[in-house]
Write a protein that binds this ligand. Structure first.
Ligand SMILES: CC(C)(COP(=O)(O)OP(=O)(O)OC[C@H]1O[C@@H](n2cnc3c(N)ncnc32)[C@H](O)[C@@H]1OP(=O)(O)O)[C@@H](O)C(=O)NCCC(=O)NCCS
Length: 146
């Protein structure tokens, strides 16, 4: 992902999430050097993933695939790309938060080996209040395919 992709990424973000990240958040992710990738299908941004790394841990911060391309393996491929980059950079564990109301994402994460380790109470904005986050962790040595 480069600065030129941000508006396309933002459009997809706004169409996929009820409480989307702002343009500034994406620009800040690029500015601070997070690992930011787009799925590019013929000049169209059809997905993106963002991850931070540091102190032996990576954190998957956002992962999104265009609705018209879902259930074809793109989400898993992008997630595995991020996690393998983290492992190759020397990270030992991966963490992420997910809404309990997001069964597709939970199935994706559990499918690559993430395990729930706790809840963050009221972590997310939600209709009429807040929603907890499930915290998931993966030991990167357990990554499938290697
Ligand atoms: C979560 C998301 C990234 C998955 O992307 P995707 O490209 O459809 O995922 P894949 O095709 O790689 O699916 C991998 C596995 O995830 C699970 N999965 C994906 N979508 C699912 C769904 N709708 N219902 C149940 N399981 C699902 C399945 O286990 C699937 O494996 P299978 O197809 O062999 O059964 C996508 O649904 C998305 O962008 N959602 C909106 C944004 C979002 O919620 N991101 C996560 C925030 S934490």
């Amino acid at each position: 992902m480069g600065a030129a992709d941000v508006m396309d990424v933002l459009e997809l973000e706004q169409s996929c999430y009820r409480f989307p990240w702002s343009e500034q958040v994406f620009r800040d992710c690029l500015r601070v050097g997070y690992d930011c990738w787009v799925v590019d299908s013929g000049d169209i941004v059809s997905g993106y993933g963002i991850m931070s790394m540091g102190a032996g841990e990576c954190h998957v911060l956002n992962l999104c695939i265009d609705p018209s391309l879902r259930r074809r393996g793109a989400g898993r491929a992008l997630l595995l790309k991020l996690l393998r980059r983290a492992r190759d950079a020397g990270m030992e564990h991966a963490f992420l938060e997910v809404r309990p109301s997001n069964p597709a994402a939970i199935a994706l994460y559990r499918g690559v080996g993430f395990e729930p380790i706790g809840l963050r109470r009221g972590y997310y904005q939600a209709e009429g209040g807040r929603e907890d986050a499930m915290v998931l962790r993966l030991e990167l040595a357990q990554l499938p395919g290697f």
